[in-house]
Design a protein around this ligand. Structure first.
Ligand SMILES: [Zn+2]
Length: 91
């Protein structure tokens, strides 16, 4: 058996393996669908550090003002008229 024949057989085997693989891959893609391509969202413009701190300072704080209930010690919003825990009217 010549070396050339062995190489030819190897090439045929590799070709068959490749064709089988691509065929199954095509079947898989047809039934399952192609793998989702991760879409890279447009990266937002990197703001400069100075402007970042400026916007952070300019942004109003949304921390709600609370007052401690004299009856139960719970912190209740000043917008509430009475404590939600013990129904004690807030000053
Ligand atoms: Zn209370």
């Amino acid at each position: 058996m010549g070396l050339l024949l062995k190489l030819a057989l190897l090439g045929v085997a590799l070709y068959a393996a490749y064709k089988t693989f691509s065929r199954w891959k095509g079947l898989y893609d047809r039934f399952v669908g192609p793998p989702p391509v991760p879409q890279k969202p447009e990266p937002p413009r990197a703001p400069e550090p100075a402007s970042t701190t400026q916007t952070a300072q300019a942004r109003p704080k949304v921390i709600e003002e609370t007052v401690q209930c004299a009856g139960c010690g719970a912190y209740v919003s000043t917008a509430a008229e009475k404590c939600g825990h013990c129904d004690r009217p807030l000053p």
